[in-house]
Design a protein around this ligand. Structure first.
Ligand SMILES: Cc1cc2nc3c(=O)[nH]c(=O)nc-3n(C[C@H](O)[C@H](O)[C@H](O)COP(=O)(O)OP(=O)(O)OC[C@H]3O[C@@H](n4cnc5c(N)ncnc54)[C@H](O)[C@@H]3O)c2cc1C
Ligand code: FES
Length: 272
């Protein structure tokens, strides 16, 4: 049997169980799917919106035969998905990719936008085991700060920091500003990050300067999700197959591209 004819890569049609509005632009969709219900934090799935497109989405939560994804409406496929409701049919492949390693020490998570989703899944797994759990999250506006309440409950007291670019909530700056101060003030064993790639690059640099281990989940354009088409390439890696979670050592190998440029759907390189 071909390595690509796996159960995970077989499209399953299923129905939307529930839809929850998280912000003016983000909704969480929960569907029944036995395979994705076994996913680990960091893994993603491919979600097919009938007659529109198939898109990669990080897994926000999994268990009890169900899986959830938090989706921001940004274009044709995600807007079409936002128009669907409970009982509507969609398709699922996955879970794909690797997952975060689960460190039990002093943990710092840094999330931007929908990049907060896989980190919340990880935070739920680590909260009871980690020595300390801190979170820095950034968004353009208050409306786009995701899962702030859930993360505040999971984090060690007073250690969930929020920033907005317009100052509508928390500190008025990029997430990397309080992050740098926090890293100067406190010791951490592990940093996990996911979000816009320029942010991920800065987090990678700040953790690296201090010798702190780091894992970052990357988002690149994806078509197949299983290492065939090459659209998600970064340096020598295919994000769907070798990632989406990469260590600091792997990110050092792709420094020329990380947060700087990526391939567009037409194969041309586009700045980030
Ligand atoms: C591993 C991974 C995990 C992701 N997790 C989430 C998530 O949890 N929540 C979420 O809202 N979004 C997530 N995304 C991004 C999501 O896949 C895109 O927003 C979606 O594909 C856009 O489709 P569209 O037709 O609505 O928009 P388009 O009109 O196609 O594009 C709008 C924007 O989305 C980007 N985009 C388009 N297609 C893709 C694609 N196949 N892969 C990546 N980016 C794309 C484009 O660069 C453009 O900036 C993830 C992407 C990857 C690769
Ligand atoms: S999406 Fe096709 S190789 Fe990664």
């Amino acid at each position: 049997m071909s390595a690509y004819l796996t159960a995970a890569n077989t499209m399953r049609t299923t129905r939307i169980l529930s839809v929850k509005t998280e912000s003016p632009t983000v909704k969480t969709f929960t569907v029944k799917d036995k395979l994705c219900a076994k996913a680990k934090p960091g893994q993603f799935l491919m979600l097919w919106i009938p007659r529109v497109d198939e898109i990669p989405l990080s897994i926000l939560n999994a268990g009890d035969g169900e899986v959830s994804v938090a989706v921001k409406a940004v274009g044709e496929a995600t807007q079409a998905l936002h128009a669907l409701g409970s009982g509507d049919t969609i398709g699922v492949r996955g879970p794909f990719g690797n997952s975060f390693t689960e460190n039990r020490g002093r943990i710092l998570m840094v999330g931007g936008g929908t990049g907060t989703a896989p980190l919340l899944f990880l935070a739920k797994k680590l909260a009871a085991k980690a020595e300390r759990l801190s979170f820095v999250m950034g968004a353009k506006t208050k409306d786009e700060l995701l899962f702030l309440r859930e993360l505040s409950v999971l984090c060690t007291e007073q250690s969930a920091i929020a920033t907005t670019e317009d100052g509508s909530y928390g500190l008025k700056c990029l997430a990397t500003e309080p992050l740098e101060k926090l890293l100067n003030r406190e010791k951490f064993d592990m940093v996990y990050t996911c979000g816009p790639e320029p942010m991920v690059r800065r987090v990678f640099e700040l953790a690296g300067q201090r010798g702190i281990a780091l894992e970052a989940s990357l988002e690149r354009l994806m078509r197949c999700g299983i290492g065939l088409c090459g659209s998600c390439v970064i340096g020598k890696y295919r994000v769907c197959r070798d990632g989406p979670v990469f260590t600091a050592a792997q990110l050092s190998e792709v420094k020329d591209e990380l947060g700087i440029s990526k391939l567009g759907f037409d194969g041309n390189r586009i700045p980030l």
